[in-house]
Design a protein around this ligand. Structure first.
Ligand code: NAP
Length: 259
């Protein structure tokens, strides 16, 4: 399917690896030029070069921490005029509800709620002026069904989802569509580190921890960054113009719910 976005320009935050990289590659395959970001310059540049080689699109890299005001300033200045924004950052660490103090919450809110909001506020007005735009926020299945050890993530991402629900409906009339993608377990470094936590907590091997977690998914496996990226590219396509303020769950059926 032709996504109809060849020649557009996208910012994909936190995209040297994992789900962000899946989104960047799928958009590049559709002919979209990119601004990519991550903290580690080496992995970022390697992923950017692979995209240039594979898809022939233009890729600008900005190596910085996207959750800091300085990082946001750098990325936003490189991304002026983008048509597509994919927000993403690392997820907060797991723990127990009694562990987290104010500082932990502020950090999680900064990374997974206030950072995407800062990017939306900076880049969506230009999209509205130009009459076309797409924003996809990478959130989590934890918005729909809480993951007890990820209370910081549950809280911050639910806050972002509330903001998007109202904002998406205020900008849709100007051709700008904002939606959230909710990943369930996907095979990335983040999943590896959560598998490791399970393996240590239960004194089982990493393979056993992985099998245990995969068994909770009706599809019987973890999702892939490629599948995730393809869904993101569709949401950024010309065909997704009537999808407004939605939360699209990609979890292999893990959340047992009718809707
Ligand atoms: P990942 O494989 O660990 O990749 C994270 C990417 O983000 C890397 O490119 C990393 O590069 C970059 N990054 C992390 N923190 C950053 C920061 N502060 N500033 C700029 N770049 C940053 O993670 P993932 O699995 O793709 O997860 C992406 C998001 O989805 C996370 O918020 C995660 O919590 C959420 N999620 C993931 C899953 C899953 O199963 N994978 C499920 C639900 C939700 P650097 O380290 O070099 O910065």
């Amino acid at each position: 399917m032709d996504l109809g976005i060849k020649g557009k320009r996208a910012l994909v935050c936190a995209s040297s690896k994992g789900l962000g990289l899946g989104c960047a590659r799928a958009l590049a395959e559709a002919g979209v030029d990119l601004v990519m970001n991550a903290r580690g310059a080496e992995a970022l540049e390697a992923s950017a070069q692979a995209i240039r080689d594979d898809f022939g699109v233009e890729v600008t890299t900005v190596a910085c921490d996207v959750t800091t005001p300085e990082g946001q300033e750098k990325v936003i200045s490189a991304a002026q005029g983008v048509d597509i924004l994919v927000t993403n950052a690392g997820g907060p660490p797991p723990g127990k509800w009694t562990d987290w103090d104010r500082e932990d919450f502020i950090k999680a809110l900064d990374a997974n709620m206030l950072t995407p909001i800062a990017f939306i506020k900076a880049l969506v007005p230009g999209m509205m002026e130009r009459g076309w735009g797409r924003v996809v926020n990478i959130t989590s299945q934890s918005v729909k069904a809480p993951i007890p050890v990820l209370g910081l993530s549950n809280s911050a991402r639910a806050g972002l989802t509330g903001y998007v629900a109202g904002t998406a409906r205020q900008v849709a009339g100007k051709g700008v569509n904002i939606n959230n993608l909710q990943p369930g377990i996907h095979a990335t470094d983040r999943a590896d580190s959560l598998d490791k936590g399970v393996s240590e907590a239960q004194s089982i091997s990493l393979d056993e921890a992985r099998a245990q977690r995969a068994a909770t998914i009706p599809a019987g496996r973890y999702g892939t960054a490629e599948e995730f990226g393809a869904t993101c590219a569709f949401l950024c396509s010309q065909h997704a113009g009537f999808i407004v303020g939605q939360n699209i769950l990609l979890d292999g059926g893990a959340i047992n719910a009718t809707m």
